[in-house]
Every structure is written in C-alpha cells, then in structure tokens.
Ligand binder design. Sequence first.
Ligand code: OAD
Ligand code: ZN
Length: 228
Amino acid sequence: MKIVILTGAGVSAESGLGTFRDKDGLWTKVDLKEVATPEGFAKDPDKVHAFYNMRRKNARAAKPNAAHFALARLQAEHDGPVLIITQNVDRLHAAAGSEALHMHGRHDLACCWTCEARWDAPDEMSSADQCPSCGSTTTRPDIVWFGEIPQYLDEIARHLASADLFAAIGTSGQVYPAAGFVSEAKRHGARTVEINLLASDISDLFDEHIVGPATEVVPRWVDGLLQG
Ligand code: OAD
Ligand code: ZN
C-alpha cells in the first residue's frame, strides 16, 4: 500500500511554531501581501528579510514533536512507499529522521533571483547580501511566495496518481494547489483521511476524519497502520 501524506502548519504547532490562519495565527498579525509575495519583496526587501529572519530563528530553535516522530516511524517501518509532502518551511520532519518534499521551500536555504544558485541560509539575511555564485544582490529566502509556483509539482502529481491512501495532516485546505491534492488522489482511487484539530474548509472531500491534536492522534493512526 502506497501512502502519500500532506502536512501543514498544524503538525508543527505543538513544537511551538505558530500556524497561519488559526486565532493568533501569523496572517492575523502580519499582512501576507507585504511579506510573502514577490511584489512585497520588491517593495521592501529588508522588511521581508526581517520577517524570515525571525521565522528562521524560531524554526531553528524548535524541536520535532511526537507527530513528526510517528511519521518518520511510518516511513521507516511501513511495508510500502510513504511519501511526505510538506507545506512547512521548518525542518522538523528531517530533524525527526524522515524525508519530506518541501513544496513551499525551506527556511534554511537561500537562493538567487538572477542565477538560481541555492546555498545554506545564514541566521540573518539582508538585502546587501551577495550571491556566492554570481555576486549580485538579488538574494532571497528559498521560500515559495503567493503568486509563485510551488516546487516538485510534477513529482507530486505522479505520486498522487499512484497513492492508495492519502492523508492531510494539520492543514486548513485554503491554499492551492495543495488543497486540491485530496481530489486528485481520490480521482485516482486513493482512500482519503483528514487529520486535524478541527474540521477544515475542505473536510467534506475526505472519506475519513480523525480529530484531535497531532501529537496525540498521529502516533495512534500510525500504530494502526503498522499493525495492519
Ligand atoms: P493554516 O494556518 O492555514 O492551517 C493550520 C491547520 O492546522 C488548521 O486547519 C488547524 O485546525 C490545524 N491545527 C492547528 N493546531 C493543530 C494541532 N495541534 N494538531 C493538528 N492540527 C492542528 O496552515 P497551512 O494549512 O499549513 O504558505 O497553510 C498553508 C500555507 O499557507 C502555508 O504553507 C503558508 C501559508 O501561507 C506560504 O507561506 C506560501
Ligand atoms: Zn546568483
């Protein structure tokens, strides 16, 4: 059985990293057009760098939680492929020992808008930074902003087409294309499960719902899958 899992901010919430759209979420405090769009970056790059410098610092200090560890266990022990796709830019899946496709980029990488070089992001980035490859000052965090195309979409489409089970964990279903993955997997015959603290905007699309905090419900769900 091939399992494809999509994770969102809810899987890292109990590691102390805030979500975006919950009460007190990041997008209730900061205007996403200013800090998470190419236009916002063109207008005030240092404001955008300051925002990601803060998020990078928080992400570097955070520790993986029981949900990340359970998913790593599933990837290691399940008798079949387990693909994790994450919308998160933190590295908590990797810290727990699993591999994940970062469709919205990674806080710990920087890239260049001129030559597309990528390198490890320093703790603090600024608009004065030069690209180590071409020398231009068009460096940016390797984060996918609104209006940009997420990474790995071809690879993800292939996996969704061959999934037997698709799970969405801790994601609100408000951001496409990720919110469309459930329909895509279902169209190709996968059973679908939503795991979330609350019902999401797209809960109706799933065959099964598991409601509760990720650190409690994900390990239980993984135990069930591994026991077959
Ligand atoms: P959201 O903030 O939109 O949604 C977080 C989801 O996690 C909600 O559905 C919550 O109910 C759920 N949640 C919160 N705490 C939880 C917990 N302890 N256990 C389980 N579920 C919990 O975050 P995302 O759906 O990840 O993109 O947002 C998607 C994208 O929008 C992000 O990748 C980011 C953002 O703008 C970019 O910045 C490009
Ligand atoms: Zn460059």
